[in-house]
Write a protein that binds this ligand. Structure first.
Ligand code: OFO
Length: 171
């Protein structure tokens, strides 16, 4: 059993993670449409990771014998006009998600819900890595992406990304 507030926050996080998946899929589509297939693949894998994150929150709620609430996922509704915009959007979005996860962590800690604290620790670490990835990608784009040859090589490198399942398991 979980505290009501914690259950609400975890349910809201399911929605945020599905939205993250949608947002990254939208970015992926934009790059594929622009023939930057490596960027497209990188963001498609990111979308897949976010789907997995949503499922981890969902399973955690189910395993705690609480009700999962699946709410509407809003459309990303973005219209990118240059290759840098999704990278800036991704950075901004990861900071937003980190804030949301830290907030749940904080609430769980105050309520001495150490089971949830322990579950969230993996996400705190993951967010640190994702912010770093988003920042690296943005900076590397700023360095190399404005030169056609640099953009070509960066795209080729991003296309080598492979999907890895989250290292946390919620049965
Ligand atoms: Fe769900 O990992 Fe970042 O946002």
């Amino acid at each position: 059993m979980l505290n009501k507030k914690i259950t609400e926050l975890l349910n809201s996080q399911i929605n945020k993670e599905f939205y993250s998946s949608y947002l990254y899929l939208d970015m992926s589509n934009y790059y594929f449409e622009s023939n930057l297939n490596g960027f497209g693949k990188w963001f498609a894998i990111q979308a897949q990771e976010e789907y997995e994150h949503a499922m981890l929150f969902l399973k955690y709620i189910l395993n705690s014998s609480e009700k999962v609430e699946l709410n509407d996922i809003v459309s990303p509704n973005k219209h990118y006009t240059d290759f840098k915009q999704p990278l800036e959007g991704s950075m901004e979005h990861e900071i937003y998600i980190t804030t949301a996860i830290n907030h749940i962590f904080d609430e769980a800690y105050s309520l001495k819900d150490f089971k949830t604290v322990q579950f969230l620790e993996w996400f705190v670490k993951e967010q640190g890595e994702e912010e770093k990835n988003a920042d690296d990608l943005l900076k590397r784009f700023e360095m190399f992406g404005t030169d056609p040859r640099g953009l070509y090589l960066l795209d080729a490198e991003l296309g080598t990304r492979v999907f890895k399942s989250p290292s946390i398991k919620v049965k």
